[in-house]
Write a protein that binds this ligand. Structure first.
Ligand code: ZN
Length: 376
């Protein structure tokens, strides 16, 4: 059993009262500052600062003015199908009568990562998005085109999460990214974005944060996924754009594309509840789940590749810690004559498993993660 990083207990997390002196629109201050920023290094608000944000004015979004205490469902019209039917991205907005921060919850940027969509659906259906203070904006399916066609991509093959912040006259994906970045994202003080592993890759429940990002690390501690993975920004990703704008984003990865995974969805919804509770936004009556797992900080991970081709028979469990020499899998020919084990060459937590039935030599089949040293 490997040692684990002590985690922060969230139960009974403090709810500092909003100081009466804080009456400025913190969000505007952030945005004014970010206009001056042209590269990384934007200062994220701390968790304490997030709890003190108080938006009292109407929320102006897509031409609508939404007062405090109101509920709205809006549709972001993005394009039309060949048939001329409009394609719209539903946006579900819930505002408390009490001023507070604005949290933007998204999924389906990759259209086939349906378990992320399920997470946001549950947040809405359980009323978790009706905040005790502030505003929660939910967009369960950002890439409606990909969702319809059960694909990660847009119809032209582009990955929405590689074209941020987008351009007004660019590709269809780029135009959607641009509208999202200019019309929705500036309203957010904190973003949560839900993904799964792509293709046959089954991801352990994890939150990804950029290196040296203490403010987002503190939020990840509150969310308390089994793993917090230190992962650099990917160029032109939604997360990178948020980083440049100084808007903290927690990126949750868990499960696999085109699969609904009840346990992974539960872990993610639990994280949302803990985070909203920490910000003082959780509606009364919603139980705050006590984490039964530790939150392991990962700063290094390495893919294990198949050493031969054949049927893949996995012998380890997700989240399991494996030692050097442990059998990870066997790879067999389809004729019943050969079946060879593959052993772990280094120790680590299993944070990704290939669910492909057949693999080629060299295919990435496991990701083993090494815990960061204490104090990181
Ligand atoms: Zn994704």
């Amino acid at each position: 059993m490997a040692p684990t990083v002590a985690s922060v207990s969230l139960v009974g997390a403090h709810r500092p009262p909003v100081p009466t002196t804080v009456r400025v629109n913190f969000h505007r201050i952030v945005m004014e500052n970010t206009r001056l920023r042209t590269s990384f290094g934007a200062a994220f608000p701390t968790t304490m600062e997030l709890t003190q944000i108080t938006h009292e004015d109407d929320l102006n979004i897509l031409g609508e003015s939404i007062p405090m205490g109101a509920s709205r469902r809006l549709d972001l019209g993005i394009a039309r199908l060949f048939t001329h039917s409009p394609v719209e991205v539903p946006i579900i907005i819930e505002r408390s009568t009490v001023p507070g921060p604005t949290v933007l919850i998204t999924a389906g940027i990759h259209g086939d990562e349906v378990n992320g969509v399920e997470v946001v659906r549950q947040v809405i259906s359980h009323g978790i998005n009706k905040p005790a203070k502030g505003t929660v904006i939910c967009i369960p399916v950002v890439n409606v085109f990909g969702f319809i066609s059960k694909s990660r991509f847009f119809p032209d093959g582009r990955d929405l999460n590689r074209v941020f912040p987008g351009t007004k006259k660019g590709s269809l994906a780029s135009r959607v990214a641009h509208r999202f970045t200019t019309e929705v994202l500036p309203l957010a003080d904190l973003c949560l974005d839900f993904h799964t592993g792509g293709a046959d890759r089954y991801n352990a429940a994890q939150v990804r944060i950029a290196p040296d990002d203490a403010a987002v690390k503190a939020l990840a501690d509150v969310f308390h996924a089994p793993f917090t993975l230190v992962s650099p920004y990917i160029a032109r990703s939604y997360r990178e754009t948020c980083g440049k704008l100084g808007i903290p984003l927690l990126l949750n990865e868990s499960g696999m594309s085109m699969h609904l995974d009840k346990e992974m969805a539960r872990r993610a919804v639990d994280g949302v509840i803990r985070l909203l509770n920490h910000l003082g936004m959780l509606a009364p009556g919603i139980r705050v789940p006590v984490p039964r797992h530790t939150n392991v900080l990962i700063d290094h991970h390495k893919w294990v590749r198949a050493d031969r081709s054949g049927f893949l028979h996995v012998k380890v469990e997700m989240h399991q810690y494996v030692a050097v020499g442990d059998v990870l899998c066997t790879i067999s020919d389809p004729y019943g004559s050969k079946s060879e084990p593959m052993m772990a060459q280094h120790a680590g937590y299993v944070i990704n498993i290939s669910r492909a039935p057949m693999v080629y030599q060299g295919d990435a089949i496991f990701n083993l993660a090494v815990q960061a040293p204490p104090g990181n």
